[in-house]
Design a binder for this molecule. Structure first.
Ligand SMILES: NC(=O)c1ccc[n+]([C@@H]2O[C@H](COP(=O)([O-])OP(=O)(O)OC[C@H]3O[C@@H](n4cnc5c(N)ncnc54)[C@H](O)[C@@H]3O)[C@@H](O)[C@H]2O)c1
Length: 398
């Protein structure tokens, strides 16, 4: 029975899910580093971490029995992905479990911006009662312009329409519009026509500073800008200038070009003290529901790999999306991606009288991943011989 070690207080839902399938699961509340991690991981085939435990090459070299790693978060740079790939260890993460949390935050920000809620609340804490309807608006009937119509952007589209807003969006890829949302041919068209602009693009060389002085100028006077995507997407000094000149009516910013590494480090930004500006410390995806969903998403990836060999969603590995082998034997083989591997494996299978009923192969530049479904009596012996091929990295029978 495979043993699973989950570090950094991974959500209890993940423990339960894996235990219910008969796996031995142990957990640690805190992160482990270096030798401490290398020692604690001994005897475990599956390792789950969040963002702080560093799964370095040294940790993996000392634990060659580790065959699967899960990052119970979005980032994966705490794992030596290249070395994991070369040694046949798929790494999974949970990029989409906090989609809804981000979309909900943006909905609240649109309402809060159009009611100047941050300023009113601050004044109340200072003992200032300033009741006025002037310049306060409902969001109903207003237009939100969504830049990046991916997982979060499209979820925001649905929620925005549910509260009576019109939705337009701009994406570099053709995306199916949900509900009554309309795609805009250019970024400029979107900027000119929306009362709220919300950014949901990844951090790439094309999106870095995609909203700067020229783009802000195209926005309607009094419109609002929301960024809960990545800090580098908005030119912050240009945004501060557009807010000070009152060209924009306000902004809600959750992500910054430079973010403190810990809660102890202070935060500084040109946007501090500006009117109708909501600043939040990258909390778009930080909810208990998202943590629970992350636990389930990665545990599900573990189960699909351990039960079927599926690598769907692996970040460092050739992807094979397979299901239950339905009564036949399944041999998994991870090998160096060099010519002739398939032929060598298939001749071993014929040597053992195996009848192949299905075969799936995916490769990247370094490794190949072969799943063979077959009728065979001596699967273990055949797999043992396959594992001895010079090209084989890992071989197992399900
Ligand atoms: N604030 C938070 O806590 C938080 C939480 C989760 C995700 N995020 C960030 O939100 C962003 C969106 O996440 P997602 O899961 O929706 O990603 P996604 O990959 O599902 O969607 C991104 C979309 O942006 C589009 N896109 C890429 N480049 C573009 C460009 N130059 N112009 C227009 N569209 C472009 C893509 O085609 C895609 O449709 C990411 O940057 C992610 O890191 C932030």
């Amino acid at each position: 029975m495979k043993k699973i070690l989950l570090l950094e207080g991974v959500h209890p839902g993940a423990h339960e899910k894996l235990k219910s399938q008969g796996f031995h699961v142990e957990g640690e509340k805190s992160a482990l580093l270096g030798d401490e991690l290398a020692k604690r991981a001994q005897g475990f085939q599956v390792l789950g971490v969040r963002s702080k435990s560093q799964v370095t090459r040294a940790v993996l070299e000392k634990n060659p029995q580790i065959e699967l790693i899960g990052c119970f978060c979005i980032g994966t740079d705490q794992v030596d992905l290249k070395f994991a790939n070369q040694t046949g260890v798929p790494v999974f993460n949970a990029p989409y479990s906090n989609t809804r949390s981000v979309a909900e935050l943006v909905i609240s920000q649109m309402v809060a911006l159009s009611r100047r809620m941050a300023d009113r609340s601050r004044q109340m804490h200072q003992g200032i009662w300033q009741k006025s309807a002037l310049g306060m608006n409902e969001v109903r009937g207003k237009t939100v312009g969504i830049i990046g119509y991916g997982h979060i952007g499209s979820q925001l589209s649905v929620l925005s329409e549910a509260i009576g807003m019109n939705v337009i969006y701009y994406d570099v890829i053709k995306k199916l519009p949900l509900g009554n949302a309309r795609s805009m041919p250019t970024l400029a068209d979107l900027l000119k026509n929306a009362d709220f602009i919300s950014l949901h693009v990844p951090d790439t060389t094309w999106t870095r500073n995609m909203i700067k002085a020229d783009e802000l100028k195209l926005m309607k006077k009094g419109a609002y800008l929301i960024n809960a995507s990545r800090g580098g997407v908005v030119d912050i000094p240009a945004l501060a200038a557009a807010l000070k000149s009152k060209h924009l009516g306000g902004a809600a910013i959750d992500v910054f070009p430079y973010e403190p590494a810990s809660n102890e480090e202070p935060f500084k930004s040109e946007l501090q003290e500006l009117e109708n500006v909501i600043l939040t410390p990258h909390i778009g995806g930080s909810t208990e529901e998202a943590q629970e969903a992350i636990g389930h998403e990665v545990a599900e990836s573990f189960l699909r790999f351990l039960k079927y060999g599926a690598t769907t969603g692996a970040v460092n590995f050739p992807v094979l999306d397979v299901n239950d082998p339905r009564g036949v034997t399944r041999i998994l083989n991870i090998h160096k991606n060099v010519p002739g591997v398939l032929g060598s494996i298939n001749s071993i299978i014929s040597e053992f009288g195996g009848n192949i009923v299905g075969q799936h192969l995916a490769t990247d530049s370094t490794v190949g991943y072969l799943i063979t479904d077959l009728e065979i009596n001596e699967a273990k012996k055949a797999a043992e011989k396959i594992s001895q091929l010079a090209t084989s990295i890992r071989t197992s029978v399900l």
